[in-house]
Every structure is written in structure tokens, then in C-alpha cells.
Design a protein around this ligand. Structure first.
Ligand code: DC
Length: 218
């Protein structure tokens, strides 16, 4: 039987970092579902597709192929790992991910990618929609201020100039949009375990999650 670990939570909760590290340590396949929505957003930007143009969106979805190869993201065989992290794509991915036909297609893809494998999948709706029967469900959260601080620190490391107030506002705005959308809003599954990472180190979060996974396997 395969093992499915679902990690949900808002941007900046530490999801990406801890999920990747746990995948390596426990030899689980890492699936970053946010990267998939980012790929659709990138393709729509490149093809200048309007968010209201359902027919064009459906054409795009038919022609899109997304492969997650370790930490590399391939869009129709093109390496877009870096491109999908641009501010432009980040901002556009949020309204794109609220479109119903896009979610349906991504959820299908996500289920197929996990089929028969031991996976750790991170996103917003993994425990609520994609795998409501996941073996382990974690919801990671942190205060908006701490998440903004982490983003500023990350930007500094990458040589990107950033403004704390602006980032904090963007985070609050994105949370509100992701949590209030009609389709699969960001929310903790009733049976998910909440971990508030505001005052925890990455290593502490990893240890907590690994011990939860180990208990679930007994
Ligand atoms: O986790 P991220 O920032 O890379 O996600 C990019 C966007 O996709 C973000 O606006 C939330 C959305 N998303 C989603 O709606 N459902 C998911 N399972 C993953 C991401």
C-alpha cells in the first residue's frame, strides 16, 4: 500500500522547505502542486490568455504537459524551474488557481502523479480535496508578520531588494483571496494536524512531522 503525506498551508509557512527535506530523508516522492498552478499561470501569461476566456483556457489545458522531475519543473519539456518563481507569475498564479476547470485538471494530474507511489505532496487543498484519505495530513501555519520576515530574508539571500510592508500586505491579500475563493479554498482539513511554525526552526518542524508519519505507520 502506498503512503500519502499531505502538507497544506499558506505561502511562507515553511511548507516548501520542510516538504523537500522530508522527501529526501524518508525517500518519498516530492510533489509541489503550487508549481503546477504556476506553470499554468506562466503559459497563460506567455499566450496572453484572458482569465475570462474559458475556451482559450481549455485549449491551453489540453496542450499543457507538466513534469516534476525532482526539484526541476518542466512545462512541455522546457525547464521553467526559475521562471515560475518570478513575481509576475506568483501574482498571476493566485487568480489562475481559482478557476474551476484549471483546478479539476490539476487535481486529476496530482492524483495520477501519486498513483502507486509513496508521496509527500504540498499545496492548499491536498488534505481537503486531492487526497481526503491521505495517511497523514498536516496544516502548517505561521503569523503573517513572520512569513513576511522570512520572505524578506529569502529575497536578501537571492539579492532581490524587497520592502517588508509591501510583502506583508501582499501576503495578507493573497491569504484572503486563497481562503475566500469558492473553489477549494485554503483551509485546514478537520482531521489535519496543525503546526504553527512561527517560533519553530525548520529542523523542529521536520522532526515533528517525521514523528507523526512514523506513528501513522505503526
Ligand atoms: O505554493 P505556491 O505559492 O507555489 O502556490 C502558487 C499559487 O497556487 C498560490 O496562489 C496558491 C495556489 N495553489 C492552490 O490554489 N492549490 C494548491 N494545491 C497549490 C497552490
Amino acid at each position: 500500500m502506498s503512503l500519502i503525506v499531505a502538507i497544506d498551508g499558506p505561502a511562507g509557512s515553511g511548507k516548501g522547505t520542510v516538504t523537500k527535506l522530508i522527501a529526501n530523508r524518508l525517500d518519498l516522492q516530492y510533489i509541489d502542486t503550487g508549481a503546477m498552478y504556476r506553470c499554468v499561470a506562466l503559459k497563460m501569461l506567455e499566450e496572453k490568455v484572458n482569465l475570462e476566456d474559458e475556451e482559450k483556457i481549455k485549449n491551453i489545458l489540453d496542450s499543457i504537459e507538466i513534469d516534476l522531475d525532482g526539484s526541476k519543473v518542466l512545462l512541455n519539456n522546457r525547464d521553467v524551474t526559475k521562471r515560475i518563481r518570478s513575481i509576475e507569475v506568483s501574482n498571476f498564479a493566485s487568480p489562475v488557481s481559482a478557476i474551476s476547470c484549471i483546478r479539476t485538471k490539476m487535481v486529476d494530474l496530482q492524483r495520477n502523479l501519486a498513483n502507486g507511489k509513496n508521496v509527500i505532496m504540498e499545496g492548499r487543498d491536498i488534505g481537503t480535496v486531492v487526497f481526503p484519505n491521505a495517511n497523514v495530513k498536516i496544516y502548517l501555519d505561521a503569523s503573517p508578520e513572520e512569513r513576511a520576515r522570512r520572505r524578506v530574508e529569502q529575497n536578501e539571500k537571492n539579492g532581490i531588494e524587497s520592502n517588508y510592508e509591501q510583502i506583508l500586505n501582499d501576503i495578507i491579500e493573497r491569504d484572503t483571496r486563497d481562503m475566500s475563493r469558492e473553489n477549494s479554498p485554503l483551509k485546514k482539513a478537520d482531521d489535519a494536524i496543525l503546526i504553527d511554525t512561527t517560533k519553530l526552526t525548520i529542523e523542529e518542524v521536520i522532526e515533528k512531522i517525521i514523528s507523526i508519519i512514523e506513528v501513522s505507520e505503526k
